[in-house]
Design a protein around this ligand. Structure first.
Ligand code: AMP
Length: 399
């Protein structure tokens, strides 16, 4: 079988090289196939979810991976910036390669919370107050300036709530430093690159929301509406799309993500996680927490729930095609399956359920599948959620 003429709009790009081969890579490949592109993956785990969709190259086979792909993107945020820089340089040579999206610059910013939050503030995008912490004395000072409680986080390498400590009392300061100080000094396994910690004021947010947008090579930005996210121990459990009661904040969030994308000269899909809280006048407002320079778990609903999914829009952006409509077609709730698979027949018996397995082995609290619920009758949405929660072996965060 050949796909050589399947994509007449963009004949020079046939193969997309993706850094990482997890479920995000898998769903990118599904979207790419539909448009006539094939994907290959750079990933050391040969049995990764994306392996069913294309050849997987390990890091020792980087040159072969580069040779086989026409354009590059990533699905794994902790991809080494060095690799991304190498791929970016290819674009500057006349070797038939079509670039690396997003850029090393965008990835570098997203990999460091201090750089990221400083950039938000430079662009007039509000955040919680924060300070860099390089010693226990700094943490003491931060606790006086920001007040308690505060959230101490590693600035690099943390994900899904790892590398964080809520400092509630002055006695917690020494404990928090003992737990996380290794990220500054290079001791322990918290980070491969020693870097200051970040102390953030603790925010009593009313909701956690995120906005996802795609930016094309011509600078066009298309944003989805805000969605509401429920986390448990830092792991996403559930996303409601669109978020209910936050439509008045869509414009503000869209302005923030457009500003960020234009500043980064971003190409592809970017996610921005936000807290909803009150401003000094008692009005609802949003504070930026972090960006993910890739397709995002809080956008999985868009496969069924939006005119164009985040995955398809990312592929469109990377190969230089026009972006698709980001409107919601129907309200939905996406639920992550953690650790243990449910009975498939039970899932599919629920009104409006769409099942996506990641073909992964079961492991405690590992994201192994997601289910998007989109019953025809919107009033049945909560009912469908309750039915699903009943049959999920792991109900963590869905209480
Ligand atoms: P993060 O890794 O920054 O996404 O943080 C993980 C989770 O911790 C978030 O989803 C929030 O629920 C919570 N969190 C993070 N930062 C703060 C903060 N400054 N104040 C209160 N809660 C926070």
């Amino acid at each position: 079988m050949t796909t050589a003429n399947a994509n007449p709009l963009n004949q020079t790009i046939h193969t997309i090289g993706i850094l990482g081969g997890g479920q995000l890579g898998m769903m990118l490949a599904e979207a790419a196939l539909k448009l006539g592109y094939r994907c290959i993956f750079l990933e050391d785990a040969a049995d990764c979810p994306a392996a069913l969709y294309g050849t997987v190259y390990n890091s020792k086979q980087l040159d072969e991976f580069i040779h086989q792909a026409d354009v590059f993107t990533l699905e794994f945020e902790n991809t080494p910036v060095k690799t991304v820089k190498k791929l970016e340089k290819l674009n500057q040579k006349d070797d038939g390669k079509h670039g690396m999206y997003p850029s090393a610059f965008a990835l570098e910013v997203a990999q460091d919370r201090l750089t990221e939050k400083s950039m938000f503030n430079e662009l007039n995008i509000a955040t919680v107050p924060f300070l860099a912490v390089s010693s226990q004395a700094d943490l003491q000072k931060a606790s006086e300036e920001l007040g308690l409680p505060l959230v101490l986080k590693t600035s690099r390498g943390g994900y899904d709530g790892k590398g964080q400590f809520v400092v509630r009392t002055p006695q917690d300061i020494a404990v928090a430093w003992r737990e996380l100080g290794g990220a500054v000094t290079g001791r322990g396994d918290l980070t491969s690159t020693p870097a200051p910690l970040i102390a953030e004021g603790f925010i009593n947010f009313s909701r956690e929301v995120s906005i996802i947008a795609a930016r094309g090579k011509d600078g066009t930005v298309r944003a989805y509406d805000l969605v509401e996210n429920h986390h448990h121990n830092g792991i996403l459990a559930k996303t409601q799309a669109p978020a209910v009661g936050t439509s008045h904040l869509n414009k503000m969030a869209q302005n923030a993500i457009s500003t960020l994308m234009n500043h980064l000269n971003y190409v592809g899909v970017l996610a921005l996680e936000l807290f909803v809280c009150k401003d000094e006048n008692g009005n609802d407002t949003i504070l930026a927490n972090e960006i993910a320079p890739r397709v995002h778990n809080s956008g999985h609903w868009s496969i069924e729930g939006a005119v164009t999914s985040q995955f398809e829009n990312h592929i469109r952006a990377v190969v230089g095609l026009p972006l698709g409509d980001t409107d919601n077609v129907h309200p939905s709730i996406m639920i992550n399956v953690l650790g243990e698979y449910p009975n498939l027949a039970d899932v599919l018996a629920i009104d409006g359920s769409h099942y996506h397995t990641y073909h992964k082995e079961e492991r405690e609290n590992r994201k192994i599948a997601h289910i998007t619920l989109m019953p025809n009758n919107v009033t049945n949405l909560e009912l469908s959620v309750q039915e699903l929660v009943k049959i999920l072996p792991n109900k963590v965060g869905l209480g």
